[in-house]
Structures are given as structure tokens and as C-alpha cells.
Design a protein around this ligand. Sequence first.
Ligand SMILES: [Zn+2]
Length: 49
Amino acid sequence: MAQEKKKHHCEVCGREISQEEYDNYDGMCWECWDDQLTEESDSMFGELM
Ligand SMILES: [Zn+2]
């Protein structure tokens, strides 16, 4: 197993994130991802109601 550990940084706040976070959260840390998700669902709910 010669897996290279590449460093990634959150596209939004610039903090260091793991490869896993990078893959799972679209290049963001989970906090920024969560922020975006909340904003998106907020506007979605706004349209629904
Ligand atoms: Zn971030």
C-alpha cells in the first residue's frame, strides 16, 4: 500500500482537509459544505412553501 497522502484545502475557508473530506464534500471542509447545504435547502424550502 503506497498511498500518497495529498494535502487538500477547503475551497471556501482554506483550512486543511483530508482526501476523504475533499472527495465527500466537493472540495470543501464539512463545515462549509454543511453551510452550503443549509443555504440550498433553505431556498428550496422557501420555494416549496
Ligand atoms: Zn471550509
